[in-house]
Design a protein around this ligand. Structure first.
Ligand code: KIV
Length: 316
């Protein structure tokens, strides 16, 4: 018998207002069969949220399984929730928020307090996805103790499931210490944005043999120190493939070609939120910038013409 398409979901219920394991999404009918993303439609018209959480351990175990890891940035509850509902594995509260949310020209001005704030907001949107939060510039570079305390705040106050930090051999000791106290760490090598001034801009790294060897050695060093995954950013695809084959943990690429074990994109790039910005390594899956501008303009026109609010949109 041909399978009927699943009925559309009714509006999402706030996961914070429901007991963790009892999160239910209502559907008009249910037939008990598995549906996308591991959710099960119940016989009583309820769709149970995935109870299987994506963790640092389950992600680490996906190395070599051929099951690509999908990560996207999100900086608040609305987008974190949408990413999870779309089946994204990792929601990354990236310090890219300094650029795409705050409008700075680099990630350097972002503070630990700001990362805690955005992490806490995004954490309210995830129940099964894995929430990774960036350690901002100079929250960990001056000393291991600084890094331990900063990571602790992101986990305790921000609700992070893991932290991400940039660097190769120089970051290995901190990785080791964090992992030893139970904090999962995602690494980040290649074009590490917190070193933008050292690189002279957001430029592809690893083109010269010397650079490539340093990046590959750094990736091995943080893998030995215990990262459960690492981001490879803006490096040649062949170098990313070499690192992916050499390290025992998943690599998650951005501008690093198709051989990585997963991919990550900044949500603003993926959604086309800035119509004038389209980096080569990103693909736009929507034109939300243009759509939003049009919605604002339509609203403004309706208000000015007296078309909004209507009688239906007013109280008697
Ligand atoms: O800050 C960020 O969004 C990131 C990704 C680009 C990997 O680190």
């Amino acid at each position: 018998m041909a399978r009927q398409p699943l009925p559309p979901m009714l509006p999402h219920r706030d996961p914070l207002r429901l007991p963790h394991r009892a999160l239910l999404l209502r559907t008009p009918v249910g037939d008990g069969r598995p549906c996308k993303f591991g959710r099960v439609v119940g016989r009583y018209g309820q769709m149970a949220a995935p109870t299987k959480k994506i963790t640092a351990v389950s992600l680490r175990e996906r190395k070599g399984q051929g099951d690509k890891i999908v990560a996207v940035t999100a900086y608040d509850v609305a987008f974190a929730r949408l990413a999870e509902r779309a089946g994204v594995d990792i929601v990354l509260v990236g310090d890219s928020l300094g650029m795409v949310v705050q409008g700075c020209s680099s990630t350097l001005p972002v503070t630990l307090d700001e990362m805690v704030y955005h992490s806490r907001a995004a954490a309210r949107g995830v129940s099964s996805a894995h929430l990774v939060v960036d350690m901002p510039f100079m929250s960990y570079q001056a000393s291991v103790e600084d890094g331990m305390r900063a990571a602790g705040r992101l986990m305790k106050e921000g609700g992070a499931h893991a932290v991400k930090l940039e660097g190769g051999e120089e970051a290995a000791e901190l990785v080791r210490r964090l992992v030893a106290v139970g904090i999962p760490v995602m690494g980040h090598v290649g074009m590490t944005p917190q070193s933008v001034h050292k690189f002279g801009g957001f430029k592809l790294q690893g083109r010269t043999e010397a650079q490539a060897r340093t990046i590959a050695a750094g990736a091995r060093a943080i893998a030995d120190a215990g990262v459960y995954a690492m981001v490879l950013e803006s490096i040649p695809a062949a170098l990313a493939a070499e690192i992916t084959a050499a390290v025992p943990v998943p690599t998650i690429g951005i501008g690093a070609g198709a051989s990585c074990d997963g991919q990550v994109l900044v949500m603003h790039d993926l959604l086309g939120l800035d119509p004038d910005w389209s980096p080569r390594f990103a693909r736009r899956y929507a034109e939300l910038g243009r759509a939003t501008e049009k919605a604002f303009a339509d609203y403004a026109a309706d208000v000015r013409a007296g078309r909004f609010p209507s009688k239906k949109e007013s109280f008697s």
